[in-house]
Structures are given as C-alpha cells and as structure tokens.
Design a protein around this ligand. Structure first.
Ligand code: G4P
Length: 311
C-alpha cells in the first residue's frame, strides 16, 4: 500500500509556527496514545529548540492501558515531561498545569532571581491534524480563563488565553504533519482517521489492520467476530482469508453469495475506530516491550517502530 499525502500548505504552517515560537516558553505537543511514535512530529525538535517540552498522550481512553504508562515512561526517559490525557472527558487535563510548571521551573527560577515574580509562562499547543488540539484547548481552558487580548509590540495580533495565574496559552494551535515519507506511519495515521479516507483504499487498509492486530492482539478478531483463527502472525494471504471470514460472519455477501471483503473491510475499520475491538495500541514502546509486556502481548518487530534518538 502506498500513501501520497503531502499537504500543500505545510510550508506556510511551519513558517507561521516558527514565528510563534519566539513568543513562547513551552511547547505542549499532543500525540495520539494509540500511535505515540507515528503521531509525533519530526520538525518539532528543530522548531522548538531551547523551549521546554511537554508531551500529552491524548486519547488515552482509546488506547491500551498496558502501553499507556510504558509510553509515558518512554518519553520521560527521553527527557520530556509527559502525561496521559483524555481531552474529551477531561481526565488528566488538570495535571497538565502542574507538568507545565515543572517543565518551566528553570525559567521560573531565573525570573525569580531577576526579581520578576508571577510572570505567567507562555505555552503553545502543537500536534498533527485530528489529534485533539481544539478539544484539549477547550477542556484545558475551561470556564475560568479569560482572553487577555492583543498585546503591544512583538505579540501584535496574537490572542492569549489566561489559563491561570501561571499559564497563558496562545489561542491558535500549531498544526504539524507527521513523518509523511514513512509508509508505515502513513498506514497507522490512516487507521486512526488522521488521513482523509478518500485517498486510501479501505480494503487494503483493513488487510494491513488485520496484520497489525494479529501481531499484537492475536485473540481480538477471533473473539469479536467468532472466527476460528489461529494465534499465529498472519501473512497477507492469511489476512485476505480472515477478512473473507469476517464478511461471512457479518453477512457481507455479494449477489452470488461470495464474501464482500470491501464492505467487511469498512466494517472492521469502523469497529477499530469506535473501540468495538477494545482498546488497541498499534505501537509498542521499544525499551519496555521485553520487560513489561511480553507475557500479555506479542511485541511488534523492530522495524515497525523506529524512534529517533531525539523523539
Ligand atoms: P484537532 O483540533 O487536533 O484537529 O482535533 P479535534 O480537537 O477536532 O479532535 C478530533 C476528534 O478527536 C474529535 O472527534 C474529538 O472529539 C476527538 N477527541 C479529541 N480528544 C479526544 C480524547 O482524548 N478522547 C477521545 N475519545 N476522543 C477525543 P470527532 O468525532 O471529530 O468530533 P466529536 O463528534 O467528538 O465532536
């Protein structure tokens, strides 16, 4: 399966974010807890040089609990401040203020030494499309906040939202694109619905989903659809067979009684996205996969996760 999803307006968005970076102290990057590696942005390290960094593993409610903490620790080991968040319900959002303060402690101490007390830290939310930036901002901001309006000078035209005494948030989130040259990343983004479905073949996507799920959650599909599937990791031929079985079980049949794999593919993807298959995380954090997770879940092969040194 090959993805071509280079968004034309990326350069402009990146330039505008570069400008905004000059105004802020801390970058709060939202990633999707189901694909924490694939939903991070490769440019952010350069763009946010010298800024404090916070990673929010959003949609933690949709991801596998067993991996959530492992991913949090993974990011912490890389030197980030990280926490799990469900922006929709608000779970974990309260802790973000504390994490941001911790991430900015050096700046706060510096200000204090200069005699500047209670200057709020300025934050910007960034993340790939659909990761939950607007939802998070709405929940984080809540009712208590006030728009502080335009500020004179360098911040002309920028709206800041006062979250509390200690944080101001730039009201426009920075939209970033993930590692779009990586096909494996493209596949996972399509699965979570971050790439427009029109450019992806649903049946191919469903077959790739079967392969991913079988690797890590060998019983899930059998349980959900009542199939006789072995727990062996399948190859593509096996995935096609399995999709045909799902089609039959779900009465997705063509006129002659043949399994309608296209329709079954759509159904499978919908079931995955609406968590009817359960909480599934498609990427295993590399450092922890042997120690913590091998008894429960098969780990993915190395090549499905290629963390950069500075992720
Ligand atoms: P964006 O600004 O980064 O593009 O993302 P946005 O906030 O618009 O969120 C994209 C979708 O993800 C929305 O769903 C939103 O409700 C959902 N979402 C955001 N954060 C979370 C979370 O932590 N948990 C869950 N379960 N969902 C989350 P939608 O279907 O597009 O809209 P809606 O029908 O929910 O309003």
């Amino acid at each position: 399966m090959h993805f071509q999803w280079y968004p034309g307006h990326m350069a402009k968005a990146k330039r505008s974010m570069q400008e905004d970076m000059k105004l802020i102290d801390v970058v709060i990057e939202l990633v999707d807890a189901r694909i924490p590696y694939s939903s991070t942005n490769p440019d952010i390290d350069t763009l946010a040089k010298n800024k404090s960094r916070v990673i929010l593993l959003n949609k933690a409610d949709m991801a596998d609990q067993r991996y959530n903490n492992a991913w949090k620790e993974y990011f912490e080991e890389k030197g980030y401040f990280a926490t799990l968040v469900n922006s929709k319900s608000g779970t974990g959002v309260k802790q973000v203020q504390e994490i941001v303060n911790k991430a900015c402690q050096a700046k706060i101490d510096r200000d204090r030494r200069k005699g500047i007390l209670n200057r709020p830290v300025r934050a910007m939310i960034v993340g790939i499309p659909n990761v939950g930036k607007s939802t998070f901002i709405n929940t984080f901001v809540g009712k208590a906040s006030t728009k502080t309006g335009n500020k004179p000078g360098v911040t002309k035209g920028k709206q800041w939202i006062r979250i509390s005494k200690s944080i101001e948030l730039l009201d426009t989130p920075g939209i970033l694109w993930p590692k779009f040259e990586d096909q494996e990343v493209g596949l996972k983004l399509a699965l979570i619905g971050s790439i427009n479905d029109n450019i992806v073949n649903t049946t191919d996507l469903a077959l790739e989903l079967i392969l991913l799920i079988q690797k890590t959650y060998p019983k899930v599909l059998a349980d959900r659809y009542g199939l006789e599937v072995s727990s062996e990791v399948l190859d593509m031929k096996g995935a096609v067979k399995l999709l045909a079985q799902i089609a039959i079980k779900r009465s997705c049949l063509l006129k002659g009684g043949e399994p309608d794999v296209d329709r079954a593919g759509g159904l499978l993807i919908d079931d995955f996205r609406s968590i009817k298959l359960g909480n599934i995380t498609l990427e295993v954090p590399p450092a922890k996969k042997k120690e913590k997770l091998s008894t429960e879940v098969k780990s993915q092969p190395e090549e499905t996760i290629q963390p950069e040194e500075n992720v």
